[in-house]
Ligand binder design. Structure first.
Ligand code: G16
Ligand code: MG
Length: 217
């Protein structure tokens, strides 16, 4: 059937993990403990609320719901201040070429992200109009590895799950795609993302022959 492409945001289209890291680290420091970049790996593709829970576990901090609510707000405000400075230069290498190739071929494209900030980020980097639909943290109940964010995207694009091709940088995201038999393309370390159907270090390694192969499969 007709194919549809679904892209994760953070770690696939833009590298906002560094901004999330700065904001979480500053919160950790305020609460009196360290938070390393290595620990930040655990936060990739994970929702904001769950990320705070993991952070507090790392620091051994007990908190009231009210405190947690306040920290989620201040962390996000700091994160948004970094987002505000993003430009098209923050699009990861090779991404624009792939997206414009698919657009020229009229291939339906969706965004499938855990982030509640997906829309402003896409607008900042000038990619908002390329997507036929955006499914993000504001639309789903269940986080990856639950496939909800991708199944909603496929439904909105009107393609069968097995005709959806998902680009992901997190293990949870690859598992989510695999769970409903979508084609999974891992972006990043192939050792980490070994469950993916295909692996690339980044989008500069993806050529039009590979895209045509997916489209015509
Ligand atoms: C992204 C990041 C996660 C972040 C999540 C929620 O997911 O990878 O680290 O916690 O979004 O972000 P926000 O606080 O903006 O709602 P994805 O799915 O785009 O990789
Ligand atoms: Mg990601």
């Amino acid at each position: 059937g007709k194919k549809g492409f679904i892209f994760d945001l953070d770690g696939v289209i833009v590298d906002t993990a560094g901004f999330h890291y700065l904001a979480w680290r500053n919160l950790a420091n305020e609460l009196g403990f360290e938070f390393t970049e290595e620990q930040n790996e655990l936060f990739k593709g994970v929702s904001r609320v769950r990320s705070l829970e993991i952070l507090l576990e790392i620091g051994g901090v007990k908190a009231t719901e009210e405190q947690k609510e306040g920290w989620l707000v201040s962390k996000n405000e700091e994160y948004l201040s970094y987002i505000a400075k993003m430009t098209e230069n923050d699009i990861l290498p090779g991404v624009l070429k792939v997206l414009t190739y698919l657009k020229e071929k009229n291939i339906p494209m969706a965004l499938g992200s855990a982030s509640k900030n997906a829309q402003p980020i896409l607008k900042r980097v000038g990619l908002f109009d390329l997507f036929d639909c955006i499914v993000d943290g504001n639309h789903v109940e269940k986080a990856k590895p639950d496939p909800e964010v991708f199944t909603l995207g496929a439904e909105e694009l009107e393609v069968e799950y097995t005709d959806a091709i998902v680009f992901e940088d997190s293990i949870a995201g690859i598992q989510a795609a695999n769970r409903v038999d979508m084609v999974s393309v891992g972006i990043g370390d192939a050792k980490v993302l070994h469950e993916a159907d295909y692996n690339f270090n980044d989008f500069t390694e993806i050529d039009t022959a590979f895209l045509d192969q997916l489209i015509n499969a």
